[in-house]
Design a protein around this ligand. Structure first.
Ligand SMILES: [Zn+2]
Length: 287
């Protein structure tokens, strides 16, 4: 398999992983949750600059992977079928996926798991456990280990929803399922959904809500475009629709182009309703 195709997956590849994954067992849920919340409050080591250490990051991810997934599920009232975490130094991935990653990423999403960077680049383990003095002069940030985990669960959930649609006979727009056809608009929406999850769970600090009026200014900075404006553009839509229905509606439609990007609310208002597509595909399937 081509290496690049491993990073941004087609829905069919993800589907294979989802169908065989066992359902989560919910018995003793409260007991485990209590148990794990105690683990989460544990103190993790900081380096001499006051930031998470490589060893601490690895331990945090290991200790908290199920807790964070469960928190995500409860918060958005969804079920994550299959998701795991690894930690690694992401620099090594730059040579392998030069077209897909630019460096500076804190997490990479693969089929049913994410690799979380273990470099000492985070401001803290989670927003809530980070000394507010450290964040005082930083207007926007999501550079926390937990925020990165939530972001990657968001990506996993997008792929899960696409796979579920496909199982229903409804195809997502190819810009979302075929990495060769990714557009600014589809990447913008995917990152925006993942960032929305982080912000909704109150694990990122997002300051000003200012949105530039020209496409050039909007897209001038890669990270601001894909990781801040995307969330600002999609926030109310996802809040109103709910995470699952919001994703379903976005991915069955062709993503916005530059002109539509500048009239994004209007573009959102005119998206095809997934229920209409569902009705049509059911009729189509009848013999
Ligand atoms: Zn992402």
């Amino acid at each position: 398999m081509n290496n690049l195709s491993k990073l941004v997956l087609t829905a069919s590849m993800v589907l294979a992983g989802l169908i065989i994954s066992p359902k989560k067992i919910d018995c003793s849920f409260d007991y485990f949750l209590k148990d794990k919340q105690i683990v989460q409050e544990k103190e993790y080591p900081l380096n001499d600059k006051g930031f998470p250490t490589t060893e601490g990051i690895e331990q945090y991810v290991k200790d908290n992977e199920y807790t964070v997934i469960e928190e995500f599920e409860r918060f958005f009232n969804v079920s994550i079928n299959s998701m795991g975490f690894e930690t690694d130094n992401l620099e090594g991935y730059l040579n392998v996926y030069p077209d897909e990653i630019r460096g500076g990423e804190l997490g990479l999403y693969f089929e049913d798991y994410a690799v979380i960077s273990n470099s000492e680049d985070y401001l803290g383990y989670s927003l809530k456990t980070t000394d507010s003095k450290k964040l005082a002069n930083i207007p926007d940030t999501y550079a926390f280990v937990k925020a990165t985990m939530i972001h990657e669960i968001g990506h996993d959930y997008i792929e899960q929803v696409i796979a579920e649609l496909l199982a229903q006979g409804i195809h997502a727009s190819p810009e979302y399922t075929d990495y060769r056809r990714t557009t600014d608009g589809s990447r913008f929406n995917k990152e925006g959904i993942a960032q929305y999850c982080v912000r909704a769970m109150n694990e990122s600090k997002m300051g000003s809500n200012h949105i530039p009026k020209s496409y050039e200014k909007l897209t001038a900075d890669y990270y601001t475009f894909y990781y801040k404006y995307s969330e600002l553009f999609l926030r109310n839509f996802l809040k109103e629709k709910g995470l699952r229905e919001g994703i379903r509606t976005l991915v069955v439609n062709t993503p916005a182009g530059p002109a539509q990007m500048m009239n994004f609310d209007e573009w959102l208002d005119n998206l095809k309703n997934v229920w209409d597509i569902e009705k049509h595909s059911l009729l189509y399937q009848q013999p």
